[in-house]
Write a protein that binds this ligand. Structure first.
Ligand SMILES: C[S@@+](CC[C@H](N)C(=O)[O-])C[C@H]1O[C@@H](n2cnc3c(N)ncnc32)[C@H](O)[C@@H]1O
Length: 209
């Protein structure tokens, strides 16, 4: 049943996201990704929404995606991409199959809300990034603690998590990255076109000192 549901999510993911991509996500992807070079590892690559934005300056591209249905869509998209030599891996963000200090840029777009263990994913990002390397981020996060939206996020969270494959609404991703030792360079944004409970975003990057 879970497998069937995940295959449905993968099949309709791009269609569901079309409006939000047009209103904001696509613009942020271009801003964050088009200048990346060196060794790039993307966690939770999904259906490959970021692929079209990577430049030819990337020497090695590793796309990690643990969900089998998403991975199939990613494989298809990769075949028709200039990056068809990119490596696809089933690794989860919590356990990446690459050496310490080996990655220039680690990309996470709409993923840290869904990982099983967020602190471990951050430790793993810290481990694999070279000193000075960047964790490139576009993530939806908890609203301000004193806001009404924060209350609604908590109320919706149990149902949302089940419906949206473990996506959490109340994660303090920015704060946790700082606690994990990253220097945070993100700005707050609003994901236009999305339900308000997922609209607070952080966009930018975190540097591994
Ligand atoms: C909302 S989708 C985002 C996909 C893509 N990054 C994008 O920007 O469109 C979340 C993705 O995170 C993946 N994911 C869930 N848990 C994960 C984990 N522990 N490690 C890595 N990826 C994970 C899901 O399989 C899914 O592909």
């Amino acid at each position: 049943m879970k497998l069937f549901y995940h295959s449905l999510v993968a099949r309709f993911y791009d269609l569901t996201m079309q409006k939000v991509e047009r209103l904001c996500l696509n613009r942020w992807r271009i801003e964050l990704l088009s200048d990346l070079d060196g060794v790039v590892l993307e966690v939770g690559a999904g259906t490959g929404a970021n692929l079209q934005h990577y430049s030819q300056n990337i020497s090695r591209l590793i796309l990690c995606e643990p969900d089998r249905s998403m991975r199939k869509k990613l494989e298809l998209k990769l075949q028709n991409s200039p990056h068809h030599t990119a490596e696809i891996s089933p690794c989860a963000a919590e356990r990446l199959n690459v050496a310490d200090n080996s990655i220039d840029h680690l990309v996470s777009t709409l993923v840290l809300c869904s990982v099983t263990d967020q602190p471990q994913s951050m430790r793993e990002a810290f481990r694999v990034l070279k000193p000075g390397g960047k964790l490139v981020l576009m993530e939806h996060v908890a609203a301000d603690r004193n806001s009404r939206l924060y209350f609604w996020q908590h109320l919706w969270q149990p149902l949302w998590r089940r419906a949206a494959c473990n996506c959490h609404l109340t994660r303090q991703t920015g704060q946790l990255l700082e606690s994990a030792g990253f220097d945070l360079h993100t700005r707050a944004e609003i994901m236009r076109g999305a339900p308000s409970v997922v609209s607070p975003m952080i966009v930018g990057y975190a540097i591994r000192p």
